[in-house]
Write a protein that binds this ligand. Structure first.
Ligand SMILES: [Zn+2]
Length: 426
């Protein structure tokens, strides 16, 4: 390792109080989502911090009061050296009134060598560590040859793809690291897509017609949309079991590819036969599958069942997939992310981790979803690598270990440096 770099890495520990203060500063901005629409001040702080380090700032409202921030540090020889995206979300999981925190979730404290506060693990620790790494590089006067793009995005906790907005705005790089909660594993992920399945009757019947609809001699052809939805739900369970038996992916327990009937709405009033029923499902799929593919499989299976039903065949269920926000249009997509362990970026991150932590790098899959899938969807080789563990993410007394935060900051600092000094041709 470069001598300059060794000196810089030592500074992570020497100046750790500054890093801890930075994590605490970020946590003290209240950015829970839901309710969201509250990240402006935090994002202004991040933008100001990165601007002081020489980054050019691009900021725009994804939603009112929820701006994305992208900082670009142009390399001294962009054409010949590799570019890097560091990505993290500024929003944090909501805090329920009933939660019994030992401290105020937005007044972080240090206790037992950990920082406690909402977002410590997911993922203001990761964001702060990367920001601090750039601070140290800046203070040492290091001029990186490759381009750096730092993204602080909104909306991740409510399925709003601030990261996809960055991709659509044209930000690309040779490699990306999403510094979200991974317990310092290098991770890919499965994907999630939500969908609405609707069963709808063209005609509305009074409750008193039920006898004629279901018993011998009644002569009335009709059905309850709620009862017909039972067939759809059974069909989903059948497909879910089929997937569990026939599909697998290394690192996931068999049957992780679930179809959850999460919310059901239907019927208009007790005096009517239900003429509409809507089911909101959450589908988890494996890294080597796409959301388009699993949506098609579900539609084909459910339509097959519907076509064998005497009423549903003339009143086929309809499907609406995905969405842009769990709180605006009640839908979301998190694309899956596959890692190529032989990619130069993955290999460098793994070797940097091993060199600094003196522990074997673990390359596996996240049991949850992050924005990494969006960067992958944009064609950017991407990994998830950040401090904190998932037992802490979204939890009461959420915390990040200072030891792990320091280790992560050293690794990300060394990785940024080494990657930026890697020739595009290599
Ligand atoms: Zn997160």
């Amino acid at each position: 390792m470069d001598k300059n770099l060794s000196i810089l890495i030592k500074q992570v520990v020497d100046r750790k109080e500054e890093l801890i203060d930075l994590v605490k500063d970020l946590i003290s901005y209240k950015t829970p989502a839901p309710p969201a629409r509250n990240t402006k001040d935090a994002q202004e702080f991040v933008a100001g911090f990165m601007k002081n380090l020489g980054f050019t700032i691009d900021t725009w409202d994804v939603y009112p009061n929820d701006p994305n921030v992208v900082g670009v540090l142009e390399g001294t020889d962009s054409e010949n050296y590799k570019s890097l995206i560091i990505n993290g979300h500024i929003d944090v999981a909501e805090v329920d009134e009933a939660e019994q925190w030992e401290v105020d979730p937005f007044t972080p404290v240090v206790k037992n060598n950990a920082i406690i506060g909402r977002g410590a693990a997911d993922m203001k620790g990761g964001l702060a560590g990367a920001m601090f790494a750039f601070q140290l590089l800046h203070d040492a006067g290091v001029k990186l040859p490759g381009d750096i793009i730092f993204q602080s995005v909104i909306g991740e906790e409510v399925g709003e793809a601030g990261t996809w907005e960055c991709c659509k705005r044209g930000y690309k790089a040779d490699f990306a690291v999403v510094v979200d909660t991974s317990d310092l594993h290098i991770q890919g992920q499965g994907g999630v897509i939500t969908g609405w399945i609707t069963v709808k009757s063209e005609k509305t019947f009074h409750d008193a017609t039920r006898r004629s609809m279901i018993h011998a001699g009644g002569g009335l052809s009709g059905a309850s949309a709620i009862e017909k939805m039972m067939k759809v739900i059974e069909g989903l369970q059948e497909l879910e079991r089929h997937w569990a038996v026939t599909k697998s992916y290394p690192g996931f327990l068999p049957g992780t590819n679930t179809i959850n009937p999460a919310v059901i709405e239907g019927g208009r009033h007790a005096a009517f036969i239900a003429d509409e029923c809507r089911l909101w499902i959450t589908v988890h799929y494996y890294p080597d599958e796409s959301h388009e593919q699993v949506a098609t499989e579900i539609e084909e299976h459910i339509l097959g069942i519907a076509k064998a039903d005497l009423w549903l065949r003339d009143n086929l269920p309809t499907f609406e997939w995905g969405g842009t926000s769990m709180i605006e249009d009640r839908g979301e997509i998190f694309p899956s992310l596959e890692i190529d362990p032989n990619h130069a970026g993955v290999k460098l991150l793994a070797s940097t981790h091993e060199h600094i932590s003196k522990q074997h790098a673990i390359i596996d899959v996240s049991p949850t979803v992050t924005d990494g899938g969006w960067l992958g969807e944009a064609g950017i080789p991407t990994v998830i690598y950040g401090p904190g563990d998932l037992n802490n993410a979204h939890a009461v007394n959420e915390q990040v270990s200072i030891e792990q935060l320091l280790e992560y900051t050293k690794v990300i600092l060394a990785f940024i440096y080494e990657w930026s000094f890697t020739k595009k041709s290599s």
